[in-house]
Write a protein that binds this ligand. Structure first.
Ligand SMILES: [Zn+2]
Length: 384
């Protein structure tokens, strides 16, 4: 099958993040095994989803993992002009379809190169690692990375995550964490604002604390110019609470995200925030004993990626991509998770992240061809 035929097949599986991906993973498994390569599935506890890994080439140290996710984001509420789950060629050099860019394009490049990989006399192994539930928080990658590390007797050295970077070798990625904070105050007539505790008024104080925490980090020079923006961002995305203008709010809930540069962690910010919350509680419990502030993690922390230019993977990816520049991205991806398990990791894949997650998502045929070239150079490099 050509890379376009494979991509067309992959796009036809409408597997969203959070849903069972068995349909697409079983198709990929059959395809790989039909080329004589043994695969291993890493299922979730319920058996409704699975990641897949396999090795092509000899069981020796120093191999490279090619990693992609099989799920996509929803299309509901988006104004598509084509069927999102039918790869559509309008003749403009672009292939339209949900996941064409993020990131079934890269997975298609891996699979299209598989016959050549099996025929080549590889001296170093190439692994495929395909996950699920990436789009709802990179949930499956840590287990997949650990499974690869423990399954094989040899140790792979590198992991290349094929998120769309226009084939630019990418060494950095921000970490992300999502929190929900719930403030419980006391209800009452609005005239009693000095006797009761308004959950909204207190939530507002917490939000301003978070904003000034972010500004304080920037002012202290905690920046990393590889990223745009170059600082850790803290953002409150939605808030709800209260009943009416003349009722003191008993409850207020807000959701916020922290996107950290590699030198900072969301845990440190959360720790300081919690200290401030305990101060506010101690003060306000004197007025209303039931006053409470609780913060829960709504999304496991996805670590950032901070690959240094002297690491061997940087030279490798630059050579495979035929691109001497490096970049950093501000979106979350699975690369930091592979790095945490001990693989040298980078992000490099076909397509533009600007096309991801939107109506009429597409990948340029030219980008897909660059992805195929990347695979060809890898095969050559690893059979030397
Ligand atoms: Zn993606």
């Amino acid at each position: 099958m050509t890379v376009e035929e494979i991509l067309s097949k992959l796009v036809s599986f409408p597997v969203l993040g959070g849903e069972s991906n068995l349909s697409i993973i079983h198709w990929i498994q059959e395809y790989i095994e039909s080329h004589g390569v043994k695969t291993t599935l890493v299922p979730n506890p319920e058996g409704t989803k699975a990641s897949l890994h396999c090795r092509i080439g000899p069981a020796v140290d120093g191999g490279v993992i090619l990693s992609g996710h099989t799920d996509v984001v929803p299309v509901e509420g988006q104004d598509w002009t084509t069927d999102p789950f039918t790869l559509t060629d309008k003749g403009d050099g672009l292939l339209y379809g949900r996941g064409s860019c993020d990131m079934k394009g890269f997975v298609a490049c891996c699979l299209a190169a598989l016959p050549d990989m099996t025929r080549a006399n590889l001296t170093k192994p190439i692994y495929f690692a395909f996950s699920y539930d990436e789009e709802i928080g990179c949930l499956a990658a840590p287990e997949l990375a650990r499974a690869i590390k423990s399954h094989y007797t040899e140790t792979p050295r590198f992991a290349i995550i094929g998120e769309p970077t226009m084939m630019v070798p990418t060494v950095g990625q921000k970490g992300i964490c999502i929190f929900q904070t719930k403030v419980t105050g006391s209800q009452g007539h609005s005239s009693r604002i000095k006797q009761e505790v308004s959950a909204i008024h207190e939530a507002m104080r917490l939000i301003l604390w978070l904003e000034s925490k972010m500004d304080g980090l920037i002012a202290s020079g905690s920046v990393d110019d590889r990223f745009t923006p170059n600082h850790t961002s803290i953002h409150i995305g939605n808030i709800s609470g209260g009943l009416a203008p003349n009722i003191i709010a008993q409850e207020c809930v807000f959701n916020w995200d922290v996107r950290t540069i590699p030198s900072e962690t969301p845990q440190q910010i959360l720790k300081e925030f919690e200290e401030y919350c305990r101060q506010r509680e101690a003060e306000l419990k004197q007025r209303f004993a039931g006053f409470r502030i609780s913060t829960t993690n709504k999304h496991p922390a996805v670590p950032g990626l901070d690959t240094r230019s002297n690491q061997a993977i940087v030279a490798l990816v630059k050579e495979l991509a035929a691109n001497e520049t490096t970049d950093a991205v501000s979106y979350a991806a699975e690369a930091g998770q592979f790095a945490e398990v001990g693989f040298e990791a980078m992000i490099c894949g076909p397509g533009d992240i600007a096309q991801a997650h939107r109506a009429d998502e597409f990948i340029a045929k030219e980008q897909l061809a660059l992805g195929v070239e990347f695979m060809n150079r890898l095969i050559k490099k690893f059979s030397e």
